[in-house]
Design a protein around this ligand. Structure first.
Ligand code: PMT
Length: 220
């Protein structure tokens, strides 16, 4: 029995990278390790939440007490997200979702031929925006990975995707992706909070209690 502030709250959380197939053996992906999302899944679970973790490919073990669903592509993430949010009260998007997928992945391994080759990419669905559209009452927390204008871009995403909160991090040049530490700037309508550089597990605990605070305030 866990009587934390999120006791009984059903949370769906996405973590890790997506993989977009080029052919049966190759894919397009990104440097997300899943560490930030897994740490947050554990921290929300520790506050009493009932967490379903929708995970792209990672080398991490499932946090105790968390239900994990493995998937690869953005389209699979969308499908699993829409399935999982039925009956949930909160959605957290920590996954680094590929914005584009390969138009027509080859059925067989592509043979090398010409000196150059081109891939045509199509836009992937925006998972967190689709989840918000599906359920206006869900408490939705996004992340923003930025290499410039962190606050401006994060606030624009908060607005455009109709999120309740957004956790922004500086990425690239050895920051955030695939590291054990991070720093976050959290924005919501009417407020913000800086969480300075710390281990991802420490940051996740701070972010989880801020999420619980805002979630409970929104519910009352
Ligand atoms: O996994 P780690 O190695 O620990 O690294 C952590 C992290 C840097 C991946 C994490 O902290 C992080 O920032 N995750 C979000 C990465 C991202 O895709 O950010 P974005 O700014 O491109 O997307 C904004 C939001 O929209 C995110 O909540 C994202 O999950 C969501 N999104 C984006 C694109 C898309 N097609 N569908 C989405 O749902």
């Amino acid at each position: 029995f866990n009587a934390g502030p999120l006791h009984g709250v059903r949370v769906v959380l996405t973590a890790g990278p997506t993989r977009e197939a080029i052919d049966p053996v190759r894919y397009i992906s990104n440097r997300s390790s899943g560490k930030m999302g897994y740490a947050l899944a554990a921290a929300l679970q520790a506050l009493g939440a009932n967490v379903t973790l929708l995970s792209g490919p990672t080398n991490l073990s499932t946090p105790a007490g968390v239900l994990r669903v493995d998937l690869e592509s953005a389209e699979q993430l969308l499908e699993e997200s829409l399935r999982a949010v039925a009956g949930a009260q909160m959605f957290v998007g920590a996954a680094a979702v590929a914005d584009y997928r390969v138009d027509m992945p080859a059925d067989e391994k592509i043979k090398k031929a010409d000196a150059t080759m081109s891939l045509t990419l199509s836009r992937n669905p925006d998972v967190i925006a689709a989840v918000r559209q599906r359920d206006a009452k869900l408490f939705v927390v996004g992340f923003a990975a930025e290499t410039e204008k962190l606050a401006e871009h994060a606030r624009a995403k908060l607005e455009r995707k109709k999120l309740d909160m957004i956790a922004a991090n500086w990425v690239g040049h050895g920051r955030a992706f695939d590291r054990d530490d991070n720093a976050l700037s959290i924005f919501w309508n009417g407020g913000e909070r800086e969480l300075p550089q710390a281990s991802k597990s420490e940051l996740a605990r701070q972010l989880a209690s801020l999420i619980a605070e805002r979630f409970l305030a929104a519910r009352n």
